[in-house]
Design a protein around this ligand. Structure first.
Ligand SMILES: NC(=O)c1ccc[n+]([C@@H]2O[C@H](COP(=O)([O-])OP(=O)(O)OC[C@H]3O[C@@H](n4cnc5c(N)ncnc54)[C@H](O)[C@@H]3O)[C@@H](O)[C@H]2O)c1
Length: 237
């Protein structure tokens, strides 16, 4: 039985990956789940067999002793849940994107900085073996001079009624993975990501509904080692 008592809030599609990870991690024990949808809650109970189930996540936090919580709701539902978990000093894993906009992300960050619980945004692509291998090669050779990313997605449904209320535009909700990888690939140390110091960004509509275009160039705080006067830049097209 694991040392870490785990709760999961939101038992939809992506939560199933977290359930598998928890099951395969001997240091963790799934103790409780919370889900507002009764069918999904029952399915999670049958499939994953937590000790306790709740429709109200606050009741779960009140009644069950937990060490860490995975919050796997859509971005538009995250803020009150995340503030509550971190306010109770629980270690809290947050799905991307961290809220609907920078203001919500800032609110979560402020509470995370006050909390005794650790907060992590689940930007899982950082830890893919091929990403880690390329990053290691880059660092062994003195670090990246320039990194660039292209992100293409078919016409997106994120602006449709029902989704647009709980998911921000693609550049925040989806391309966040690639912005994160650009920062991660440029990090100085094995655990550090670079910080953007300047951003030049432009967006425009594509020919069809739901086909926005974005382009950005960022300067990062990690200076180029080989060419001292050229700041590292990264580009997202
Ligand atoms: N990192 C990745 O690669 C990756 C991949 C897919 C999805 N995601 C992210 O995962 C998140 C969830 O996506 P999904 O596809 O599982 O969505 P989903 O709609 O299938 O599941 C979300 C669940 O949260 C539940 N919920 C909402 N408010 C709640 C509350 N207050 N208490 C308890 N449960 C509540 C909903 O009823 C729903 O079942 C999204 O933010 C998405 O961006 C990340």
């Amino acid at each position: 039985m694991g040392d870490l008592r785990v709760g999961v809030i939101g038992c939809g599609g992506h939560a199933q990956n977290h359930f598998s990870m928890i099951k395969n991690e001997p240091r963790m024990e799934l103790v409780a789940v919370a889900e507002v949808d009764s069918d999904r809650l029952q399915k999670a109970q049958v499939d994953h067999q937590p000790q306790f189930i709740f429709t109200d996540f606050r009741q779960m936090l009140d009644q069950v002793d937990l060490d860490l919580v995975y919050v796997v709701t859509m971005p538009g539902h995250l803020l009150p849940i995340v503030l509550e978990c971190l306010g109770r000093d629980l270690h809290t894993s947050i799905e991307k994107s961290p809220g609907m906009n920078p203001k919500e992300a800032r609110q979560m960050l402020d509470v995370a900085q006050q909390s005794k619980g650790l907060a992590i945004v689940s930007l899982n692509r950082r830890y893919k073996p091929e990403v880690l291998a390329v990053r290691k090669l880059l660092q062994e050779r003195g670090g990246a001079i320039q990194v660039s990313a292209n992100y293409h997605k078919p016409p997106s449904g994120l602006r449709q009624p029902g989704l647009r209320e709980v998911a921000p535009p693609e550049i925040i909700c989806d391309a966040i993975h690639h912005v994160d990888l650009l920062r991660w690939m440029s990090g100085r140390t094995p655990t550090e990501a670079a910080q953007a110091t300047e951003v030049y960004a432009h967006s425009w509509h594509g020919d069809r509904e739901g086909t926005p275009r974005y382009n950005a160039i960022m300067a990062l705080d990690t200076e180029c080692k080989q060419q001292k006067f050229m700041p590292k830049t990264c580009r997202l097209i």
